[in-house]
Design a protein around this ligand. Structure first.
Ligand SMILES: C[S@@+](CC[C@H](N)C(=O)[O-])C[C@H]1O[C@@H](n2cnc3c(N)ncnc32)[C@H](O)[C@@H]1O
Length: 286
C-alpha cells in the first residue's frame, strides 16, 4: 500500500487511495464497497506489492510448522488481495484460505494462483530453498468472497465431516491498517475467534509503524501498542499520539491473545524497511 510518510513539518498530501475513501467511503458501512469499487475499476495497483512477503517467507522457512495430526496445517489470509501470500503458503505445505470482500479481487487472485501453482516464481522461496519444498507436499488454495467481520464464510473452511476448529496460522499484512480505527477492536476479537488452539499462531507484519497517528488512511498509522491493545489488552486500539499508544503496552491482559515474540525481520518490502516488525501471537493460556 502506498503511504503518506512525509517528514515532520512537511505538508500532508493525500494519496489517491485516501482521496477515494474520503470522497464516498468514510463510514464503517461503506468500507467494503470502497474496496470493491477499487477492485472493480482495476485500481488494486494502489496497494499491490507485486510479490509475497519476504518477512513471512523467512519466518515460515526458519522452522518446520508443527504438523497437526492427519492433516496439513490450515492458514487464513484475511484481506488477501491478489493472493501472493496465499499461494506462497500453499507452496510451503499449508492448506490456505484467502478471504476477500471483493468478488473481482477473488477473481484476480484465482487467476494469479492458477499460474503460480503450475509454475511458481522463485520469489515464493528464500534464496536457494525452492528444492526443499516438493510439489507433492503442496497444500490447497481456496479463495472465498466474504467479510472478515461476518461468520457466514467460516463453514466453507472445513472439509466434509469436520467442525470448524480455527486456523493454525493467520497472517495479517496491510489488513488492519486498511480498516477504520473504530474497527480495530472487532478485528482483534475476530482474530481470537478464528485462531485455533496452541500451537496456532497469528502473525502480523506490522505496517506502517512510522506514519503519524493523526493522519488519515488507508493505510492508517499503527504502533506496537495498537496491536497489543486490541489483541492482548482488550482495548479499542484507537490512539492519536505515540505516548498513549506506548502506554497501552502496560495494560493487563484482558484480550484474547498473548504475544509470543516480536522481531525485526531481516527482509521485508521496501516500504517497511527499517521499521516493519513481525509480531507473533497465540491464544492466551487459560
Ligand atoms: C490494502 S489491501 C491488502 C491486500 C493484501 N493483504 C496485500 O498485501 O496485497 C486490503 C484488502 O482487504 C480487503 N478487505 C477490506 N475489507 C475487508 C473485509 N471486511 N473482509 C475481507 N476483505 C476485506 C480489500 O478488498 C483489499 O483487497
Amino acid at each position: 500500500m502506498t503511504s503518506n510518510a512525509q517528514k515532520p513539518g512537511e505538508p500532508f498530501v493525500p494519496t489517491k487511495l485516501i482521496k477515494h475513501f474520503q470522497a464516498n467511503h468514510t463510514t464503517r458501512d461503506a468500507q467494503s464497497s470502497g474496496w470493491s469499487a477499487l477492485w472493480d475499476s482495476q485500481q488494486n495497483d494502489l496497494w499491490d506489492r507485486g510479490k509475497p512477503s519476504p518477512a513471512l517467507i523467512d519466518f515460515i522457512e526458519s522452522a518446520p510448522w508443527p504438523a497437526p495430526e492427519g492433516r496439513r496445517p490450515k492458514a487464513l489470509v484475511p484481506g488477501c488481495g491478489k493472493g501472493y501470500d496465499v499461494v506462497m503458503l500453499a507452496l510451503h505445505g499449508f492448506d490456505v484460505y484467502g478471504l476477500e470482500v471483493s468478488p473481482a479481487g477473488v477473481e484476480t487472485a484465482r487467476a494469479y494462483a492458477a499460474g503460480q501453482l503450475k509454475a511458481p516464481f522463485a520469489y515464493n522461496y528464500g534464496d536457494g530453498n525452492q528444492d526443499k519444498y516438493s510439489k507433492d507436499k503442496r497444500g490447497e488454495v481456496t479463495f472465498l468472497v466474504g467479510d472478515f467481520f461476518k461468520r457466514d464464510w467460516e463453514s466453507k473452511c472445513v472439509r466434509e465431516g469436520e467442525t470448524f476448529g480455527g486456523f493454525d496460522l493467520i497472517y495479517d499484512y496491510t489488513f488492519l491498517c486498511a480498516l477504520l480505527p473504530e474497527m480495530r477492536q472487532d478485528w482483534g476479537r475476530r482474530m481470537g475467534e478464528l485462531l485455533g488452539p496452541h500451537p496456532a499462531k497469528l502473525v502480523c507484519l506490522e505496517f506502517p509503524l512510522y506514519k503519524d497517528l493523526k493522519l488519515p488512511g488507508p493505510p492508517w498509522g499503527l504502533r506496537e501498542g495498537i496491536y497489543y491493545d486490541v489483541l492482548a489488552g482488550g482495548g479499542t486500539g484507537v490512539f492519536d499520539n505515540d505516548e498513549a499508544a506506548q502506554a497501552a503496552l502496560q495494560r493487563p491482559i484482558k484480550g484474547p491473545m498473548e504475544r509470543v515474540s516480536r522481531i525485526m525481520p531481516p527482509r521485508t518490502y521496501p516500504q517497511g524497511e527499517g521499521t516493519d516488525q513481525l509480531g507473533i501471537w497465540q491464544l492466551k493460556s487459560r
